[in-house]
Every structure is written in structure tokens, then in C-alpha cells.
Design a protein around this ligand. Structure first.
Ligand code: BJW
Ligand code: ZN
Length: 252
């Protein structure tokens, strides 16, 4: 990457203590996982609002279960990439770092990020739609690959993720909003910033006066608010930004 960081942004990077990163599917792209929207995205031919919904699961539980089975397999076979690993290094640079991910693939955790909120849940777990019991997704899939397995209570297992029209965990969401409202640096990476309430974190942080950096090869509805835009894949931009942060924090 060849880019000059404006002095006022460099100063904000040097002074930042409370840092929130919002990540999306683009961060896992270089691990071989498809994004949802855009060219080659998982949903190029089908609208996400029609597949990732409780209605779709009610109508065609087998189809939805098989799709998540395939996604579980690709996610568990994938490896964290340099973008995920850069954010692990940020924990040493910013003791108050929080990574808020919309991804359900578990790659941030596997990379080693510890202060992590998975606001759209996890594909690594299945949850009974009736009693809420959870179990390992791999185990549930080995019991039944074609149709969702049935819990002892008679309910069906589904992936432990948040579909459209479902509410996010309230404690998790309010923690994300609190930290966004009080951070001094907010970085969004690999997200189209179109799905709410996660995308609303950007606005909250910006209004609260945080420095906002956007990492995305394509523009988003929030690009114009960005103090710095890194138009590059996260696997290049985040390691580059790490080097820049280290450089501006080194005592002269
Ligand atoms: C790269 C790259 C590289 C490529 N490096 N970058 C306010 C206004 C309007 C609507 C609403 C609103 N509030 C709520 C709603 C309704 C709805 C919503 O947001 N709809 C919008 C689509 C308009 N939200 C909800 O329903 C939420 N629930 C809720 O609000 O409950 C209260 C309520 C109930 C009833 C009615 C109203 C309110 C729940 C949202 C749950 C989203 N779930 C999913 C599926 C999760 C499970 C699964 O994975 O299958 O979450 S949808 C999908 O989108 C998934 C993602 O986490 C999420 C966000 O996508 P993301 O991560 O941004 O990916 P992409 O593909 O969109 O973008 C990738 C980006 O990467 C692109 O920009 C590329 O350019 C870039 N990229 N390569 C860096 N190498
Ligand atoms: Zn049950």
C-alpha cells in the first residue's frame, strides 16, 4: 500500500486508546469465504432477505439446513488471514480494543482476538428453535445432514445465528453501542454497512467524535464520513495500518 496518512489522522492514531473495530464478510474473503453482497457474493442470485430468515427456515428447513451445513464446512476448513491476525496484534497496541464482528465464521476467535462480540451469532453452534438448547454444529450435522435434527423437546435445531427480522442479543448489542459511543478510533473493515443495527454503530461513533477509518475496496453509504479510506483488501490494509500505527507511536 502506498498512501500518505494526513497529519490530523496520524495524530488521532497516536493518541487513540479506546478503539472499536466493526468487521464484516470482506475480512474473511481472503480466507476463501464468500461475501454476501457484491460480485461473486453468496447472494448474488438470491436476496439475503429471502434466505436468512425464520420464514425461509419454516418453509424449507432442509434447504436452509443444507446451506448452513455447507457454510459450516467451508468456515471450519478456512484459516484466519493476515487481516484477522493484524487485529490480534492491535490488542497489544490498544488495551481497550473491542472487535465487533458481524461474521459467524469464528475466524476472529480462532486467530486469537479475545475482546470480541459476535453480534450475528455463530455458525459453529446449533440451537433448538423451541427450548434454546445449544450444541456443537459439527455434531448436529453428523447426526443429520439433509434435514435439521430434532431436539429431545421436539423442536428443530437451527444455526445459532441472527436472521433478518430477529433481534440481536440485547446485552451484546448495548455493549457494542456503549463502546462505539465512547471510543476515540472506530475502524470498519470489510462490511457493506447496510445491515442494521450493526451499521448504526458507525454513525454513533462518528457523532461522538471518533476518528473513523473505513477499509473496503468499494465505497459504502458511510464512506463520506470517513477521515481515512483504505481502498484495499483487508488482508493488505490492516497489516499496513498496523505498521503505520506502530511507527507513529514509536518515541522519536
Ligand atoms: C472486502 C473485501 C476484502 C470484499 N477486504 N473488504 C433500519 C433501517 C432499515 C432496515 C432495518 C433497520 N433496522 C433493522 C432493519 C431490518 C434489517 C436490516 O438491516 N435490513 C437492511 C438490509 C435494510 N435488520 C434486521 O432484521 C436485524 N434485526 C433487527 O433489527 O431486529 C429488530 C427488528 C425486527 C423486525 C423488524 C425490524 C427490526 C437482524 C439482521 C441480521 C443479519 N443477518 C445476516 C445473516 C447472519 C447469518 C449468516 O451469516 O447467514 O448477517 S444477513 C448478512 O448481512 C449477515 C452479515 O453479517 C450481514 C452484513 O453483511 P456484511 O458483513 O456487511 O457483508 P456484505 O457481503 O454485505 O459486504 C461485504 C463487503 O466487503 C463489501 O462492501 C465488499 O466491497 C467488501 N469486500 N472483499 C475488505 N478482501
Ligand atoms: Zn429443544
Amino acid at each position: 500500500m502506498n498512501l500518505d496518512i494526513p497529519d490530523r489522522v496520524r495524530e488521532r492514531l497516536r493518541a487513540a486508546r479506546r478503539v472499536v473495530v466493526l468487521s464484516g464478510a470482506g475480512v474473511s474473503k481472503e480466507s476463501g469465504l464468500d461475501t454476501f453482497r457484491g460480485a461473486g457474493g453468496l447472494w448474488e442470485t438470491q436476496r439475503p432477505e429471502e434466505l436468512a430468515t425464520p420464514q425461509a427456515f419454516r418453509r424449507e428447513p432442509g434447504r436452509v439446513w443444507r446451506w448452513y451445513g455447507w457454510r459450516w464446512e467451508t468456515a471450519t476448513n478456512a484459516q484466519p488471514n493476515p487481516g484477522h491476525l493484524a487485529l490480534v496484534e492491535w490488542e497489544a497496541l490498544f488495551p481497550e480494543l473491542l472487535v465487533v464482528t458481524q461474521n459467524v465464521d469464528g475466524l476472529h476467535r480462532r486467530a486469537g482476538t479475545s475482546r470480541l462480540l459476535e453480534v450475528h451469532g455463530t455458525i459453529l453452534q446449533a440451537r433448538c428453535e423451541r427450548c434454546g438448547r445449544t450444541r456443537d454444529m459439527g455434531e448436529a450435522l453428523s447426526e443429520s445432514r439433509d434435514e435439521p435434527p430434532v431436539c429431545a423437546c421436539g423442536g428443530r435445531y437451527r444455526p445459532d445465528v441472527v436472521w433478518f427480522g430477529e433481534t440481536l442479543d440485547e446485552a451484546v448489542l448495548s455493549r457494542a453501542y456503549e463502546e462505539a459511543a465512547s471510543c476515540d478510533l472506530f475502524v470498519s473493515a470489510g462490511t457493506s454497512s447496510t445491515v442494521y443495527p450493526a451499521a448504526g454503530l458507525i454513525d454513533v461513533a462518528h457523532r461522538a467524535g471518533a476518528c473513523f477509518i473505513e477499509v473496503n475496496p468499494e465505497p459504502t453509504p458511510f464512506s463520506e464520513l470517513a477521515h481515512l479510506r483504505l481502498e484495499a483488501p483487508a488482508g493488505e490494509a490492516l497489516p499496513w495500518l498496523t505498521k503505520e500505527i506502530r511507527a507513529c507511536r514509536r518515541p522519536d
